[in-house]
Design a protein around this ligand. Sequence first.
Ligand SMILES: O=C(O)C(=O)C[C@H](O)[C@H](O)CO
Ligand SMILES: [Mg+2]
Length: 403
Amino acid sequence: MKISDAYLIVSSPGRNFVTLKIVTESGTYGIGDATLNGREMAVVAYLEEHVLPALIGRDASRIEDIWHYLYRGAYWRRGPVTMAAISAVDLALWDIKAKAADMPLYQLLGGKSRERVMTYAHCTGRDIEGCLAEVERHIALGYRAVRVQAGVPGIATIYGVAKREGERYEPADAELPAEHVWSTEKYLNHVPKLFAAVRERFGDDIHLLHDVHHRLTPIEAARLGKAVEPYHLFWLEDCVPAENQESFRLIRQHTTTPLAVGEVFNSIHDYRELLENQWIDYIRTPLSHGGGITHVRRIADLAGLYHVRTGFHGPTDLSPVCLGAAVHFDTWVPNFGIQEHMPHTPETDAVFPHDYRFEDGHFLVGESPGHGVDIDESRAAQYPYKRASLPVNRLEDGTLWHW
Ligand SMILES: O=C(O)C(=O)C[C@H](O)[C@H](O)CO
Ligand SMILES: [Mg+2]
């Protein structure tokens, strides 16, 4: 199982994706997702200059050894670029191992823990009425869980809300970062009204989620968590920036609203205090940013000790390769919670043929060997890379804030 070739495919079928293909001497190949939204070419350079040449001739079956070779062996540890690069290699190697075993990946991980994978959809509106219409539409599509975001009066651009009515939301929407304006006060006054309206219209059964996108201070997050308690959220996501894990002690002391964290984390060390102190309820790190299956399963196991469940990040900026591998992981992992689902464009789906299926608010895992996602390289070549940046946020007085 010697690795004979390893190369990247950078393609933009509606948005940018970086895909790694690792080929073995026998011709069996594996695919990994190396996409880091708004920083794609940094991962390309890291892989092409420092990682891929060192893979040639290695035994593809030694996944654990290769992981440590790339992690410890780099001397410079962790960080989103390094870990996205390691993740891509790891996902491709697990794909190869499962293909060589002639098994779908979930079998190699330990088999099915469930028949289907519950997902949540994004429901966003320019105002509360617009959001309610989206919730209604998604319930009709079969979703059991929805993430609810709405425009706030007095704030021009809102996270999760498309620029124009009827358009898909894509945050990396400009070559250089767009500048948005943020008001915590207006936001905090508005969000409880949104949840009151959703519960009043749709009752108690639908799971409701909300993404604060790192914008509050701990005491503001505590206030929001308390204010939405009557609407019993499934989770409140990224309520503060989490570099300082201690922040969650304060939030937790004030509210029973469940907390989800970690879409920007890339290591088990980012979670240690949060988990050991039981300050959070869901881990969000996707397989393509958290060191692949080899490392994320260690995070999931540690989380399981504290009754914490998975709720993987699943926006369109993670490719179908990451999503396909996640559906296998979600099907296996004992402490599964939910999977985010933001559908890819038809162009993206055509570039990445896959065998996972979406049905009645759930993903169903495929049975083909490996993680079940491929790349159509000639189709990918029709969509050249376009530089795209995530926005930045400023307070109303011009201070740079968290986006
Ligand atoms: O899907 C989510 O919960 C997000 O927060 C999406 C992020 O804004 C997006 O992945 C940034 O690249
Ligand atoms: Mg988020």
